[in-house]
Design a protein. Structure first.
Length: 257
């Protein structure tokens, strides 16, 4: 299993789509240094480098990061099928479940990698603002950017870390869903389009009653900024992730590739 995981991570970082995504997520936050209307966007004056990760995550988590994830994870199956490398692998004495499980683990780790580079780029962009104590909030804690008083560097770091981890959790079901579509269609473009279409349809279901909206994946994409009791949203996102993941394993184990 460890060998398969190592192989899948090598494939992941060797993919051009991943290198592009990492470059964009790292460099995009640097635009904030040249964005004169940034304060209008967040509706408050930014005074600390600790506040930029919330801006970057907020701008990218709706569409850009899901797009990167959908394409890359779909490619984990589709690219191997088109290149003819998946079938020979399955002809070897290797368990099919272990093959897809390793892909699933790597897929679920990819959102955290993208969030890490997003936060890293944001912190680099925030160097001119400094990272000392400041009056306000990081945008990822109580009071969002307004805050609840003076925030120390250690407290700001804790809020950014918490927000980053929750943002990764938010994106995990999207990665698992893309892998499922990858197994179903054995094609990168079809898997990515199906993933994005599913998310768009869920967004359009805002006309449904609140009880139905509350169980939709897209209704919990802002979990990373929520305060108080987040357990219900967290459990729902994990249910989506586990469900899509198990369906991927089940489908791959019975799929003729």
């Amino acid at each position: 299993m460890l060998t398969l995981l190592t192989l899948e991570f090598r494939k992941l970082f060797g993919a051009r789509s991943v290198r592009l995504a990492l470059l964009v997520t790292l460099l995009l936050p640097l635009m904030w240094a040249f964005a004169p209307r940034l304060n209008q966007l967040v509706q408050v004056s930014l005074v600390s480098g600790w506040q930029l990760p919330a801006v970057s995550i907020g701008v990218t988590i709706g569409y850009l990061l899901p797009l990167f994830i959908a394409v890359t994870v779909g490619e984990m199956i589709g690219a191997e099928v088109s290149q003819g490398t998946l079938a020979p692998l399955l002809l070897r004495p290797v368990n099919r479940v272990k093959v897809i499980a390793s892909k699933l683990i790597v897929s679920l780790s990819y959102p955290f990698i993208l969030i890490f580079t997003t936060i890293l780029g944001s912190l680099i962009a925030g160097i001119p603002m400094g990272f000392g104590s400041f009056s306000g909030g990081t945008g990822l804690g109580p009071g969002l950017f307004v805050g609840v008083g003076t925030l120390t560097s250690s407290a700001a770091f804790a809020e950014v870390l918490r927000g980053g981890l929750l943002a990764g959790v938010v994106l995990m079901p999207i990665a698992a869903l893309s892998l499922l579509f990858g197994v179903m269609y054995l094609n990168t473009a079809a898997a990515a389009l199906a993933t994005f279409a599913t998310l768009i349809v869920m967004r359009l279901l805002v006309v449904l009653p609140d009880t139905i909206q509350s169980i939709l994946l897209t209704s919990h994409l802002n979990l990373y900024v929520q305060q108080g009791d987040i357990m219900q949203s967290l459990i729902l996102l994990l249910i989506y992730t586990v469900g899509f993941g198990l369906l991927s394993i089940f489908a791959f184990d019975r799929r003729d590739v």
